[in-house]
Design a protein around this ligand. Structure first.
Ligand code: GLV
Ligand code: MN
Ligand code: MN
Length: 414
């Protein structure tokens, strides 16, 4: 094992990446199923703690289940936060989230090996349930931290098996009574720079390995519940049916049309039918609408159009429909001064980085309501994300570590 000038084991990006890669991977799909408070989540948390210990960082879990690894926690001044998340969407890619966490550890390891000592604390965070894949609310950990969601509401969130967040945390030996806004922790934080794989192919088109985020489109997810009447597929006359699948199907097409009309994006990526018999009319259909738009008005227009159509079609087919807003994030404009400073650091390091907007949600966007925040993006050659094909070339990952190290050195330097 190699040791640095402090006698601590040195870490390389490739080594840390290889350690994390097998955790939570589904052999059949090749994608990741790292859902919060499950066994694979515990394995990722174990990896985080072990990596922090290897680097001589102080590892902690905050009241909301977010992980922190502190470098010079007692130094004066407000901390520079980096990191991302370790959870995934169902069959997600390897890079969305983990790239930011692994790059953060590698950047700290690299700086430490050069003898750099931060003049203020540096914190590597892994926010819990960023994808909302288990409990439905995206960026749940950072929302709880910043007070953007009421803790009682969060405790009651349920997964698809009916297990509540409170129960899941108790099973993992965490106390859900402690959930909620953590002003003491927030008061220690000065700025956030989250590194993330790009979830599009703009950087590939521009021939740049690294980009800087301008902002995040407003976005959200809504659950639509269509309740009809179960009956026999072979004997029920068409005129007698109350089939919830019909207004649901019309709603999917309406979402696409509304997105086209308003220059937005709308997706129905998750649907369940009850009871799910091939030879029966469904009793109910539950569907999730994910909508994103360049501005808050366009987002509201898309959702209103989809909802109007869902109600009309439901009424036409004798179906009851209701909707629930699961999580909505307004438009985020990252701190201009921080963004300009980061861009200048990268230009000075010989890696000029284009500034890009994104339609993907991130914890940095939630933290931006409380502290200056920005993001670095690493080129994704195909743009594929939230799928096993998500990829970044090793050389670009190294460029990301280099860029992040330069940014930390600048923000946390003397
Ligand atoms: C998070 O990746 C999201 O934008 O859904
Ligand atoms: Mn994601
Ligand atoms: Mn992510």
């Amino acid at each position: 094992m190699c040791r640095d000038v402090h006698g601590l084991a040195s870490v390389s990006f490739a080594e840390l990446w290889a350690e994390l890669l097998p955790l939570g991977r589904d052999e059949r799909s090749g994608g990741y199923r790292r859902y919060s408070w499950t066994e694979s989540d515990a394995a990722c948390r174990g990896w985080f703690a072990a990596t922090a210990a290897r680097l001589g960082l102080l590892a902690e879990c905050d009241r909301n289940g977010n992980l922190w690894a502190w470098w010079e926690p007692s130094a004066d001044g407000l901390a520079i936060v980096t990191g991302s998340h370790l959870d995934s969407v169902p069959d997600g890619g390897a890079f969305d989230g983990p790239l930011g966490v692994v790059s953060a550890f590698a950047a700290v390891g690299r700086l430490r090996a050069t003898g750099f000592r931060p003049a203020r604390p540096v914190a590597i965070a892994a926010f819990t349930e960023e994808e909302g894949a288990r409990f439905g609310v995206a960026c749940l950990g950072s929302r709880l931290l910043t007070g953007a969601i009421d803790p009682a509401t969060a405790r009651r969130l349920r997964d698809r098996d009916g297990v509540s967040l409170a129960e899941a945390m108790q099973t993992a030996d965490r106390d859900p009574a402690l959930l909620g806004s953590d002003d003491e922790l927030l008061a220690r934080l000065g700025a956030c720079v989250e590194l993330h794989i790009e979830q599009g192919s703009a950087l590939a088109g521009l021939g740049a390995a690294i980009g800087v985020a301008a902002g995040i489109w407003p976005h959200g997810r809504w659950r639509l519940d269509f309740a009809g009447r179960a009956d026999h597929a072979g004997t029920t006359r068409l005129a007698d049916r109350r089939d919830p699948m019909l207004p649901f199907a019309a709603t999917v097409l309406a979402a696409r049309a509304a997105a086209e009309r308003h220059g937005a994006l709308a997706t129905v990526g998750k649907v369940t039918a009850e009871p799910g018999a091939a030879n029966a009319i469904s009793a109910a259909v539950h569907a999730w609408l994910d909508a994103r738009a360049p501005d808050d008005t366009a987002l509201a227009d898309v959702v209103a159009d989809v909802w109007d159509l869902a109600r009309q079609e439901s009424a036409r087919h004798g179906v009851e429909v209701s909707r629930a807003e699961e999580s909505v994030t307004p438009a985020v404009s990252f701190d201009t001064a921080l963004r300009d400073r980061v861009t200048a650091v990268l230009a000075a390091a010989g890696a000029p980085a284009p500034v890009l907007a994104t339609g993907a949600g991130h914890d940095a966007g939630v933290l931006a309501s409380r502290i200056p925040a920005t993001m670095l993006f690493v080129r994704n050659p195909t743009g594929v994300s939230h799928a096993p094909g998500e990829h970044a070339e090793p050389a670009d990952c190294e460029a990301g570590v280099e860029a992040l190290a330069a940014v930390i050195a600048d923000l946390a330097g003397q």
